[in-house]
Ligand binder design. Structure first.
Ligand code: BGC
Length: 442
């Protein structure tokens, strides 16, 4: 055969392969101008909520994160939203939104500041918070680990060491033992993939390491920690609803005709999404068995923010904007607004065969110019999915109020309420008012 015949055969083969991939994995995009996103149809029992996390709002925490902030010269979380003192008036804010559900996290470093010390005052305060929420008709969802933990735990190697898992489970049992007579909904860990990849590969979260091997080890251990806690807590209260919150990022090839971009997409999708879904569905992750991970969910928490357009040259820092399609709106975090991905995320989680709680969704938007569109598109998407039979029970908007956005500090504002960090004054944004109207069906 002549060389050009080989070249022609290779070209045809390549084209057929890429065409199959494009057809099998479409990148869904809607023409939003043609859609009436105001037309929403939610069942009356749908749970509307807002979400926060302890280290992002409480202030005054001494944990792996505060240690990392000082060590790396990052912006300090400091008193954050001073929520540890202002919790009662912050619950007024939730009430004013008219939502009946609130997801927040317990700060382990407050409950167990030293390995041998339980802080009963902190336990009592969280307990009082639960009573207060319930008395206002707001149902709590409690997260047990949202990126932060005590320094003593970090110094023992944190979740990098499998033998440390029992420390975390003891803390979970302690707080669950006190609150589970009133709290039904529990989220063990927030975003195992974000926690491990940011902290052990990208160096953006504590402990600021850069090792793929450690990233995989931590991801595996965190899922094992979830599973161990799940079974331990179910022994205390069998009808509690326990799950975890997974960040689903949708990966799409930057150039759909480029096979290298497809291969990179599949690899990243497996590391970020597939590995955890596989652990929870089959009890195996990266070829290794994870004890008890199979059947360790009463629901799956979905945190959805964006899709990533992938090439082998994906930025490794958060200072650079990620690529976006030309028609897409760029958010202040530097990634595109892609509500269509919420539907794709729910589809991705379908094999788990459990109900979905949307435990986070929101946008960084300091002047509130994007949040109303963001809110409407994503809620429309959920409403459509429910109409076509998806088992989605709730939506917790991220976030109740502006707060400490981890590696980005206070620069990014995700709140339905604006927070003036000088005066600690909270002000409802127009998007907050919009959410209130949607929730109350006005
Ligand atoms: C985290 C939140 C964070 C939000 C916005 C999620 O991945 O769970 O803590 O503030 O994203 O970036």
């Amino acid at each position: 055969m002549l060389w050009w015949m080989y070249a022609l055969i290779a070209l045809i083969g390549y084209t057929v392969l890429v065409t199959i991939l494009c057809l099998k994995y479409p990148e869904r995009h809607y023409n939003w101008d043609d859609i009436d996103t105001g037309k929403l149809d939610f069942p009356s029992e749908f749970a509307w909520g807002v979400a926060t996390a302890s280290h992002q709002i409480e202030g005054g925490n001494v944990n792996n994160w505060s240690q990392f902030e000082s060590a790396t010269g990052k912006e300090l979380s400091g008193i954050a939203c001073d929520h540890w003192n202002k919790w009662k008036s912050d619950f007024d804010l939730i009430e004013k939104l008219g939502v009946g559900h609130y997801r927040f996290s317990i700060e382990w470093s407050r409950i167990q500041p030293n390995e041998s010390e339980w802080n009963e005052d902190a336990v009592a305060q969280y307990s009082a918070m639960i009573d207060e929420l319930i008395s206002r008709g707001i149902e709590p969802m409690v997260t047990l680990h949202h990126f932060s933990h005590p320094i003593w735990f970090e110094e023992k190697g944190g979740f990098l060491k499998n033998e440390n898992i029992h420390h975390w489970v003891s803390y979970c049992e302690k707080i669950f033992g006190v609150l589970s007579d009133r709290v039904t909904n529990w989220c063990t860990v927030n975003e195992p993939e974000v926690f491990s990849i940011m902290g052990y590969h990208m160096k953006l979260f504590p402990p600021g390491m850069g090792s793929i091997r450690k990233t995989i080890q931590v991801m595996k251990n965190v899922v094992e920690a979830h599973a161990t806690a799940y079974h331990a807590l179910k022994k205390i209260r069998a009808d509690a609803k326990i799950g975890l919150a997974k960040n689903v990022t949708i990966f799409d090839p930057l150039h759909r005709w480029n096979l290298i971009h497809w291969i990179t997409t599949f690899i990243l999708n497996h590391i970020w999404n597939g590995a955890i879904i596989s652990a929870l569905k089959r009890g195996r992750m990266f070829g290794r068995k994870i004890p008890n991970a199979k059947d360790s969910l009463d629901y799956m928490g979905l945190n959805y923010y964006t899709h990533a357009l992938v090439s082998p040259f994906l930025p490794q820092t958060i200072e650079v904007d990620l690529p976006k399609r030309s028609h897409e709106i760029m958010t202040e975090f530097g990634y595109p607004m892609y509500a269509e991905g919420l539907k794709r995320s729910v589809e991705l989680l379908k094999p788990l065969n459990v109900p979905i709680e949307i435990t986070e969704n929101g946008v960084a938007d300091s002047d509130d110019s994007l949040r109303p569109i963001h809110l409407k598109r994503h809620l429309w998407m959920i409403s459509e999915m429910i109409k076509s039979g998806a088992d989605i029970h709730s939506y917790y908007h991220w976030s109740l109020m502006d707060n400490f956005e981890w590696a980005e500090g206070y620069s990014l504002r995700f709140g339905l309420y604006h927070v003036d960090y000088e005066t600690q004054e909270r002000t409802l944004r127009s998007s907050g008012e919009l959410y209130r109207k949607i929730v109350s069906n006005e």
